[in-house]
Design a protein around this ligand. Structure first.
Ligand SMILES: *[C@@H]1O[C@H](CO)[C@@H](O)[C@H](O)[C@H]1NC(C)=O
Ligand SMILES: *[C@@H]1O[C@H](CO)[C@@H](O)[C@H](O)[C@H]1NC(C)=O
Ligand SMILES: *[C@@H]1O[C@H](CO)[C@@H](O)[C@H](O)[C@H]1NC(C)=O
Ligand SMILES: *[C@@H]1O[C@H](CO)[C@@H](O)[C@H](O)[C@H]1NC(C)=O
Ligand SMILES: *[C@@H]1O[C@H](CO)[C@@H](O)[C@H](O)[C@H]1NC(C)=O
Ligand SMILES: *[C@@H]1O[C@H](CO)[C@@H](O)[C@H](O)[C@H]1NC(C)=O
Ligand SMILES: *[C@@H]1O[C@H](CO)[C@@H](O)[C@H](O)[C@H]1NC(C)=O
Ligand SMILES: *[C@@H]1O[C@H](CO)[C@@H](O)[C@H](O)[C@H]1NC(C)=O
Ligand SMILES: *[C@@H]1O[C@H](CO)[C@@H](O)[C@H](O)[C@H]1NC(C)=O
Ligand SMILES: *[C@@H]1O[C@H](CO)[C@@H](O)[C@H](O)[C@H]1NC(C)=O
Length: 582
């Protein structure tokens, strides 16, 4: 009776009080047709906006519901104290304090641990609907749960798939991820925020018409990696049923920081803190905007110093949220269904920082620059690593040596190293440890719509990083004038696969028709290529096998240079990538 997590009152009196408030509130709401159905949770009641979508469909939108209190500096999120009366959840809340896009100032607030909910009512009032929780990307540095230009509005997914969509905020930048690698500043605060949001949804979504046993996480880039981290931590046991990682997994070379103390010291020096035993105390007292500005992303790069290594604020193995390296934690996801995939040119947006010539129309990219890039990614193995890599990546050139081939190869190298190969390793580890959990793999290849029209996109650019987002969130339907009919096809396909998966764990089943049956990854390393023209011929197997094999087997087996320290070691996980062949 007294074992209640939310306060000193006993369960029965709390529940009774809650019940009577809810009945009163519901009666009141019934008379107000412009209002939403509202909700009632242990910590308070509220109402959102009721949007009419036609004859027998309407949707409740709840904006800016707090799932935790204003967080303490470098601390785990705290419980929200609750509120009296009825909360009007009508406005999105500010994004978490972060750098502006030009990195000249900050924007947002430290009071940012809020979520937004879209609840579809189709014919009847929602009850027991599957729930999809979106974790946004932005390099663990920027972005918000709603995104610029309402990018992550859940309305189209919720309406077309008849699922509840939730988007959550979490701390980013130095305030979200600065760590000394020990108990002084343990790190991972942003991941704890996400975890608190998941726990909130699990506890409360029933009162919004959701099924707490049918929660699917989805996210892209740093959000895709976050989704993976949330399935690997022991702190979410029993709360997550399925997960989708788009263009990012926990094993990506940018997702885990190996030597966080070095970064913390750099930040400390920028804000005039000492780097001795007083460092953490000093950082805790530093003005939050100054601290945020001290975490700027260095975009100066070259093929010798690829920009991916400048992403220095991310997760750490802290012995708590992550008790071990992510590659050793996949047993925690054994009963979680998992989709992971990449865009076929995910590496373009980032590799163009390193090798500027790839975006210049009438300028060739030197083979020497490509070799420098490969040398950087294989550095611990010395010249031998670069030479082996080059021979793998240039093997097809004799037949197709046109000026674009070097540029495309540079993009492939970026795509493979930064996204694709780690994703294949994650899929294999998931499949290997799965008990009831199913595993699915995809490659998104719809050509960039700005192709040939808007620099820096040239005609050969297919699916760049983040290109999938507009289709998953149904933009071709909500902004039809900006798209062609074929874009509505690909958007419809993705929403159908994603929401079917959220309902049943099988992207092919759940009520929405799909163009092609997407086979399990475990049946011969099969994967689905997603494109507006997809047919049976878009099911493939063994994604980029030769290259995956190089990074996961050939390269790790080469001797490391005597001076290659552990922390410089190439971050690709060495593992038996395929459970079948390779
Ligand atoms: C929301 O609006 C629809 C009409 O669009 C209406 O049928 C429904 O009763 C409204 N819901 C509430 C709770 O008032
Ligand atoms: C930075 O932003 C704050 C608040 O938005 C504003 O008051 C301040 O003038 C800005 N500083 C600069 C240098 O632009
Ligand atoms: C650090 O100290 C220098 C020199 O005193 C000063 O110019 C600078 O503004 C200080 N930086 C911060 C973040 O306080
Ligand atoms: C940014 O990174 C480049 C190399 O990648 C380095 O030379 C430069 O010093 C860095 N700039 C800052 C401000 O840290
Ligand atoms: C590709 O062709 C160019 C000339 O068209 C040549 O200079 C270059 O060496 C060739 N590269 C390879 C790897 O064959
Ligand atoms: C879109 O899909 C429909 C069938 O669902 C098909 O008839 C049409 O040709 C497709 N359009 C494009 C542009 O692919
Ligand atoms: C999840 O949702 C689907 C669709 O509403 C339903 O069929 C299923 O029983 C729910 N529960 C579980 C545990 O999958
Ligand atoms: C679409 O698919 C058909 C046959 O499946 C093929 O002939 C055609 O080239 C494809 N078009 C594109 C743009 O991929
Ligand atoms: C390690 O040794 C190689 C040559 O053996 C050299 O090129 C490289 O600069 C050295 N790296 C460091 C960090 O000293
Ligand atoms: C790979 O598999 C072989 C044989 O199945 C095993 O001996 C080896 O330890 C495995 N390596 C890793 C890194 O798991």
């Amino acid at each position: 009776m007294s074992n209640v997590p939310w306060g000193s009152r006993s369960y029965s009196s709390d529940a009774m009080a809650l019940l009577s408030i809810c009945v009163a509130v519901a009666l009141f709401w019934e008379a107000v047709s412009a209002a939403s159905l509202g909700w009632c949770t242990r910590r308070g009641n509220g109402e959102g906006e009721n949007i009419s979508l036609g004859e027998s469909r309407h949707m409740d939108v709840f904006r800016g519901i707090p799932f935790a209190d204003i967080p303490g500096r470098f601390e785990k999120p705290k419980k929200h104290p609750g509120w009296d009366g009825v909360m009007e959840a009508m406005e999105y809340k500010p994004r978490c304090l972060q750098l502006n896009l030009r990195q000249t100032n900050t924007t947002g607030s430290q009071d940012c641990l809020y979520l937004n909910i879209w609840v579809p009512h189709q014919g009847a009032v929602a009850s027991n609907l599957p729930v999809m929780v979106w974790i946004h990307g932005g390099a663990f540095l920027i972005e918000s749960p709603i995104g610029d230009d309402n990018r992550y509005s859940g309305q189209e997914i919720a309406d077309r798939g008849n699922v509840i969509v939730v988007t959550v905020g979490y701390r980013v930048g130095t305030l979200g991820f600065l760590s000394t690698g020990d108990s002084d500043l343990p790190g991972n605060y942003g991941l704890w925020d996400q975890q608190a949001a998941i726990a909130w949804v699990h506890r409360n979504i029933r009162s919004f018409g959701g099924d707490p046993d049918n929660i699917t996480l989805f996210g892209e880039s740093a959000g895709g990696a976050s989704v993976n981290f949330q399935t690997l931590t022991p702190h979410n046991k029993g709360m997550i049923r399925r997960a989708i990682s788009q263009s990012g997994v926990a094993l990506c070379p940018w997702a885990i920081i190996k030597n966080p103390r070095k970064i913390a010291e750099q930040v400390a020096r920028k804000v005039n803190c000492t780097t001795d035993s007083g460092m953490a105390a000093c950082l805790k007292l530093t003005n939050p905007a100054q601290l945020t500005l001290a975490g700027t992303f260095n975009t100066t790069s070259s093929p010798d110093h690829p920009v991916v290594y400048n992403l220095v604020l991310a997760a750490v193995v802290d012995g708590d949220f992550l008790p071990d390296h992510p590659s050793n934690l996949f047993h925690n996801a054994a009963d979680i269904d998992y989709i992971a995939g990449v865009n076929n040119m995910d590496g373009y947006f980032i590799t163009r920082y390193d090798t500027l010539s790839i975006i210049r129309l009438f300028v060739n990219t030197d083979v020497a620059d490509l070799k420098r890039l490969l040398a950087a990614y294989t550095r611990p193995k010395g010249i031998k690593g670069m030479e082996e890599a080059f021979s793998v990546y240039s093997a097809d050139w004799s037949t197709t040596n046109v000026s674009e081939i070097v540029k495309k190869t540079a993009v492939d190298v970026g795509t493979d190293y930064i996204f694709l190969v780690p994703t294949q390793v994650a899929l294999n580890l998931h499949a290997k440890h799965a008990t009831t959990g199913r595993t699915y793999s995809y490659m998104f290849s719809e050509p960039n719509y700005k192709e040939g029209v808007e620099p820096p996109y040239t005609s050969w650019i297919e699916a760049d990083h983040t290109d999938d987002l507009q289709y998953v969130f149904g933009k071709p339907f909500s902004s039809p004038q900006r798209y062609l009919p074929r874009h509505r096809n690909v958007s419809g396909y993705m929403i159908a696969y994603w929401t079917n998966f959220a309902k049943t764990g099988d992207p092919n089943q759940g009520g929405s028709e799909v163009p092609v049956t997407w086979p399990l990854f475990t049946s011969g390393d099969q994967y689905l290529e997603i494109h507006h023209n997809m047919s049976e011929s878009y099911v493939h197997e063994k994604m980029r096998m030769r290259f995956v094999h190089f990074w996961t087997s050939v390269l790790p087996s080469l001797p490391s240079l005597p001076n290659a320290t552990k922390s410089e070691e190439t971050q690709i996980v060495s593992s038996n990538v395929s459970h079948t062949t390779i």
